[in-house]
Ligand binder design. Structure first.
Ligand code: ADP
Length: 738
């Protein structure tokens, strides 16, 4: 027998099962990473059908073949269901087609069915090849050259139904589609004081229904994981009526397509409509969102996710022992993780089993903490009034912004008010940031004061970059005492954190300031410490990606380089991630600066690209990348040096990045993190604690960091944290240049 090779001969990638936006990003990353590593890579078209059929459906890929697919929805290499692959004959044909191309490593992008099938194929591999040898279909030498099938799975599924990973490729885009539709329906429903029943996808998984309800303030949701109790029709009507009574003009009931009651009987959207119509005595309309949920351009997150996962899949295949069990590349928090594929598949299938057995607590447990938390928060927030109050309102908490506006700020204030009131607290909103706190511009908020805020961009209570000096801190202490504020939530960015730290460090001096304070990261720049991700940046990224898609298309008839300037001040997060999500040739970051040498090299690289047939070039420049080599300067330089090969244009995207309505992710995270902050304040208040803290995502988990550590976590003269793990993706960006 010939020696077992330590690296796979050739890699193939296929997409299988339902299509999902972001699959193209993953395919592109697989191809570009393999090319970078000098490994031959093939795309198998039409999923397992292509593997079984072979011929023209298995195509060698070059980097140029994945040009211009990043922004496209669905999967450009096609997907299909294949009954043949379920049979041994089918898998024999597949194995034969693979070894004929020297392929013995596979990246499968699909749902649990596709991944289970792939794993069975991997286990059978040696037997399949032996059978092919015995039948004379392949030579012993060929079989010996490929003794193992290496397999890595990526989950492509709009349902987000895979155990082990927080997000699947395509779920975020689907959530965008649903959220847009629900926002649109709410405005028409409110105009007519009408109730809508909206059916969303999710046969076994209520993720899309639950999260879209949380992101749009739906009145009621029906998901398969938590079938309602037998009196649900009355409960649903009661909620909608109660909402009307307190001034809610619309009612929206979201029904997951797999919703059922506790006895396992399906609950259809039509049934919900009839029930509501009879009970409310008014016209109720049904909207079934259907396949639009799958389609359309992938969100920034799905492009970034697909890119990261595709890249890691190839790295993993190259690093793995040849006979290592199959792995699944997933996401925990905002970190890519490697998980045992079959455990993930089995646990996912276990959900379906438990659902059949009506073990709904078990189902909810398997869905994970984030899902359970979202469900619990939704149940509180969608009520028409807080839970019955304790005899007296024991504590008074205030919420204030600081820094530039971040999409999601209103969702955070809304959550703070509703969840705070539900705890029996008095909740105060501080207008106009820390200036308002200094001047006593503070108002008590009621349950309905923030109705409709979840989807609004901007900051209804106002925000600014004011940071109090010593005199102002004294006046703030007076106002905090005068308003008897027991706890403070600061939802803001760089200047909000500075202001919070100013109060924190004057605790000893002013007893009124010796209260629990918690900072919630809300800035598009992602430049605050104690978190790897801030709320607002996802909306900004989507805004950039949408604009760059248009900018690219504007150049169809010309040969042009665009220099796109994005926000971020001293932090290059928006530049790097948007550059990755739009397929930029070059990304300039404040963390690296710009030199004349690098500009010269970039001009040469671009010229070479255009000589080889490139039509559009994209450079993303973070606004704080260099004080001298500004966007206009770089554009002029490229314009001059491009000569006849290309012209150059500057696009400074500006404040549209801050101003959009929040993305579903930002709405949801603003709500969930605010809930954690309220819990933190509650624990402190109940136990007599007076801690100052910053909440954030660290190593894939939500954690609190002592606010006193703030100065030690940021750079001295520039606005960014000392630790920025996302900078590791610079290498990925270089590989994705192709
Ligand atoms: P998903 O991957 O989205 O769960 P399916 O369950 O429909 O979608 O699976 C897609 C394809 O994967 C099937 O058409 C079939 O070719 C293959 N497949 C699924 N399950 C198996 C299995 N147990 N054995 C072999 N192939 C399978």
């Amino acid at each position: 027998m010939s020696e077992v090779s330590s690296a796979p001969s050739s890699i193939a990638v296929l997409t299988s099962g339902g299509d999902a936006s972001g699959m193209n990003a993953a395919v592109r990353a697989v191809v570009l990473t393999a090319a970078h590593r000098g490994i031959d890579v093939y795309a198998v078209h039409e999923g397992y059908h292509g593997l079984v059929t072979g011929g023209d459906l298995i195509r060698r890929m070059q980097p140029a073949d994945v040009d211009g697919i990043l922004h496209r929805g669905g999967t450009v290499i096609g997907t299909a269901r294949s009954d043949e692959f379920r049979t041994r004959e089918g898998r024999l044909a597949a194995a034969r087609n693979m070894v004929a191309h020297g392929i013995d490593a596979l990246v499968v992008i699909g749902g649990d069915g596709s991944l289970a099938g792939a794993n069975m194929f991997r286990q059978e591999w040696a037997g399949l090849l032996a059978e092919l040898v015995a039948g004379g279909a392949i030579s012993q030498d060929l079989a010996d050259a490929h003794p193992f099938l290496r397999l890595v799975g990526l989950v492509g599924s709009i349902d987000n139904d895979m155990w082990g990973t927080d997000m699947t490729i395509g779920a975020d885009t689907a959530l965008h589609r649903i959220t847009d539709a629900l926002d649109a329906l709410q405005s028409t429903a409110a105009s007519h004081q009408r109730t809508f029943v909206v059916e969303v996808m999710g046969r076994n998984c209520g993720y899309l229904a639950l999260m879209s309800s949380l992101a749009t303030a739906a009145s009621y949701v029906l998901i398969p994981e938590q079938p309602p109790h037998s009196d649900w029709p009355q409960e649903m009507s009661r909620l909608i009526r109660a909402g009307r009574e307190i001034g809610r003009r619309h009612g929206v009931v979201v029904v997951a397509e797999g919703a059922h009651d506790r006895d396992g009987n399906r609950i259809t959207s039509e049934q919900v409509r009839t029930l509501l119509q009879d009970d409310l005595g008014e016209d109720v309309r049904v909207t079934v969102l259907g396949h639009v949920q799958r389609g359309g351009a992938p969100s920034a997150f799905d492009r970034y996710l697909g890119t990261q996962l595709g890249h890691r899949a190839v790295e993993r295949l190259l690093a793995d022992e040849p006979h290592a069990p199959a792995q699944l590349i997933g996401l925990r928090g905002n970190r890519v993780v490697i998980l045992p594929l079959m455990e993930c598949v089995e646990q996912t299938q276990e959900v379906a089993e438990r659902m059949k057995k009506r073990d709904y607590d078990g189902v909810l447990k398997l869905r994970g903490r984030g899902f359970r938390e979202a469900y619990r928060i939704l149940q509180t927030i969608q009520q028409a009034a807080p839970s019955p109050l304790p005899a007296e309102r024991r504590f008074r908490i205030a919420v204030v912004h600081g820094g530039g506006p971040a999409p999601g700020m209103n969702a955070a204030v809304r959550a703070a008010i509703r969840l705070g009131l539900d705890q029996g607290y008095t909740v105060l909103a501080v207008n106009n940031g820390f200036r308002g706190l200094r001047d006593g511009d503070i108002q008590e908020m009621g349950w309905m004061d923030i109705s409709g805020w979840v989807s609004e961009g901007g900051a209804e209570i106002g925000t600014n970059r004011y940071v109090p000096g010593p005199d102002a801190v004294a006046r703030i202490a007076e106002q905090v005492a005068a308003h008897r504020i027991n706890g403070l939530l600061v939802a803001g960015g760089w200047d909000g954190y500075r202001a919070a730290h100013e109060l924190d460090r004057h605790r000893q001096q002013y007893s009124a300031l010796d209260i629990p304070i918690v900072c919630l990261p809300m800035t598009i720049n992602n430049d605050v410490p104690a978190t790897e991700l801030s709320i607002g940046s996802d909306t900004a990224l989507n805004s950039i990606v949408t604009d760059v898609d248009k900018i690219r298309r504007s150049a169809v008839a010309t040969r042009r380089v665009f220099v796109v300037e994005v926000m971020g001040r001293d932090c290059g997060y928006l530049a790097l991630v948007s550059g990755l999500a739009t397929g930029a040739e070059r990304i300039y970051l404040p963390e690296e600066g710009i030199t004349l040498g690098s500009l010269t090299a970039d001009v040469h690289a671009l010229a070479e690209g255009f000589r080889a047939g490139k039509r559009v070039g994209l450079i993303v420049r973070g606004e704080g990348s260099d004080p001298v080599y500004a966007t206009d300067f770089i554009t002029s330089l490229f314009e001059k040096e491009g000569g006849d090969l290309f012209d150059a244009r500057a696009e400074i995207l500006g404040h549209v990045q801050e101003g959009g309505n929040p993305s579903p992710f930002d709405r949801i995270q603003a709500t969930i993190l605010t809930a954690r902050c309220i819990e933190f304040l509650s624990e402190q208040l109940r136990s007599g604690g007076r801690a100052g803290a910053m909440i954030g995502f660290l190593s894939g988990e939500v954690r609190f960091t002592d606010l006193a550590r703030y100065p030690t976590l940021v750079e001295k003269n520039v606005h960014r944290p000392l630790e920025q793990p996302w900078l590791d993706h610079r290498e990925l960006a270089a590989i994705m240049r192709g």
